[in-house]
Design a protein around this ligand. Sequence first.
Ligand SMILES: CC(C)(COP(=O)(O)OP(=O)(O)OC[C@H]1O[C@@H](n2cnc3c(N)ncnc32)[C@H](O)[C@@H]1OP(=O)(O)O)[C@@H](O)C(=O)NCCC(=O)NCCS
Length: 189
Amino acid sequence: MEILESPKSENDLNILLQEVNLSSFIGQLTEEELRQYITNRTIYFFYDDKEVVGFGAWEAINSEWTEIGPFYNLERYRGKGLGTLIVQHLVMVNAGKKLYAVTKNSIVKKMLVKFGFQNVSVLELPWPIYGHLMSKLSLSRLFNLGRKLSLEPVAQFIRTTEPVQLEAEKSTLPAIPLPEFREGESAAI
Ligand SMILES: CC(C)(COP(=O)(O)OP(=O)(O)OC[C@H]1O[C@@H](n2cnc3c(N)ncnc32)[C@H](O)[C@@H]1OP(=O)(O)O)[C@@H](O)C(=O)NCCC(=O)NCCS
């Protein structure tokens, strides 16, 4: 699995956008929003050889809090551990931050709990998260959320402490090969 900050081609963006916007679990993702994540360097694209198979994005709420998501993997790559790898990567790159996530996907709800997130009610959300959510509400977003209404309840999750390394984080973390150094040599990366 290759994890990149930018897509390998424009077509890869279109492949992702097309499928994501059919999903009932993500309100709406525009090309501009996806490009904004790339500009902000708050997204990773996941590749199986040459093929794009998913992405995971995040957004800084303030210096303390980060929202993780949206994240997505193509339907034909589900149930093979990729979703767990994406969430694990998002948690890892945001180490030291308090994390917030919102979802109505029951699979994601279970995954978040495995990664040490707590399900909280809207009333329990910390203040910075309210401000962040209000700033994201636009008419077009509300319209698209309404279009995709489902019976699945939306749930809010927060992770405020770094748990001792969780089983979910240990299990599938890919070994990142580090360059070998000998004294006096410079590293070629
Ligand atoms: C959620 C999503 C990322 C999961 O991807 P995935 O590659 O199938 O995930 P994994 O293979 O790592 O499986 C994660 C867990 O879910 C379980 N799972 C996967 N598919 C399942 C299914 N159809 N039914 C029940 N459980 C399922 C797995 O068994 C695994 O559980 P375990 O950790 O106890 O073994 C993917 O389904 C997706 O992109 N969904 C739509 C977008 C979305 O909801 N994004 C999140 C909100 S922004």
